[in-house]
Design a protein around this ligand. Structure first.
Ligand code: APR
Length: 320
């Protein structure tokens, strides 16, 4: 049986890391695409030359032509610009919206059956626009944010409790921005919910609140340190987890920016919710019960995403 084909649209910091991870994990053959000629080819050759040493069998090629992504099973989109210190993700909207148009049309033409994972920011608006431009089925176009945001939350919690990251589960809902909603009640250490751990005296509410704020600011913290770009290792690892869930029909329960139509009282918009990812793409949207505070925070996050979508429609009237 032929290997799956994974197309990476954008061969920058995240794109290159994605290519390396996908090849090392032997998820399939990798095609790196970028408009800057030479970069995808150079990164692909470098990774391919590491394969005898890393002992992985995966074709890795670079291209500046959309024809080369033909028939891809998975497309992961990082094309666009990242933020610099002082910028919010929303500041990228105008530039990256134009990029989503060309990428959406390119994928729809050459890989219409692919599972598409968008990483480009501002995430919730860009994945919505990508789906509009591509015209692909909603369950096959998804945004990567929740896995990353909850990964950051889990890492900070594991540090605080001095336990393995493997024993920490966490949930983050809502848009991938300052209004994201880390959910304490649904986040656990060894199966014990965080509020119980506070009651048990293992941590304090103040420390937990500080961790939640650090999670919300997780992307900005990295941008502030790097100064020339934004995070790429953890975003790439997060998208690879989603791609693997699709390719291996794992039915993983992962928080993703999914097209929600009906659940949570929402009508046809992309926002971060718990989903089941398998061979059908987003196979299920899980509607969890929110308490009053969480619901207020989620509604605020939804409103922020709606504002960005309206801004997209203002820039490109074909989206209205
Ligand atoms: N088509 C294909 N590739 C493009 C296009 C386009 N129309 N426009 C830009 N690119 C490429 C750039 O040439 C660059 O190589 O996208 C790549 C982006 O890479 P980086 O600048 O290194 O950005 P990266 O850190 O990978 O982040 C990409 O993901 O997390 C988000 O906010 C981040 O929006 C940013 C995106």
């Amino acid at each position: 049986m032929a290997r799956p084909k994974i197309a990476l649209i954008g061969a920058g910091q995240i794109g290159g890391t994605l290519a390396h991870l996908a090849a090392m994990r032997e998820l399939g053959d990798v095609v790196l695409f970028d408009i800057v000629d030479g970069v995808p080819q150079g990164k692909a050759l470098d990774i391919a030359e590491s394969s005898p040493i890393g002992k992985f069998d995966a074709g890795v090629t670079g291209t500046s032509s959309y024809e080369a992504i033909a028939g891809a099973d998975v497309c992961i989109v990082t094309a666009g610009v990242p933020r610099k210190p002082g910028m919010s993700r929303d500041d990228l909207l105008g530039i990256n919206l134009k990029v989503m148009k060309s990428v959406g049309e390119g994928i729809a033409k050459h890989a219409p059956d692919a599972f598409v994972i968008c990483i480009t920011n501002p995430l919730d608006a860009m994945v919505w626009a990508l789906r509009q431009f591509s015209g692909m089925p909603a369950e096959k176009v998804v945004g990567m944010a929740g896995v990353l945001d909850s990964g950051r939350f889990r890492y900070f919690l594991a540090e605080e409790f001095g336990v393995s990251v493997k024993d920490v589960n966490a949930f983050v809902l809502g848009g991938h921005g300052d209004t994201m909603v880390p959910l304490s009640r649904y986040s656990t250490v060894g199966g014990i919910p965080l509020p119980d751990l506070v009651e048990m005296g293992w941590t304090t509410q103040e420390k937990l609140d500080a961790i939640i704020q650090r999670t919300r600011d997780g992307g900005a913290e990295i941008v502030g340190l790097l100064k020339t770009g934004s995070a790429f290792y953890a975003p790439a690892a997060s998208a690879i987890e989603m791609a693997e869930a699709y390719l291996k029909d794992q039915k993983r329960v992962l928080p993703c920016a999914a097209h929600v139509d009906g659940a949570y009282g929402l009508k046809g918009m992309y926002v971060g919710v718990p989903t089941v990812i398998g061979a059908g793409g987003v196979e299920k949207i899980i509607e969890i019960k929110l308490d009053r505070n969480d619901k207020t925070a989620f509604d605020k996050s939804v409103d922020a995403v709606k504002g960005l979508v309206e801004a997209c429609k203002g820039i490109d009237p074909t989206l209205a």
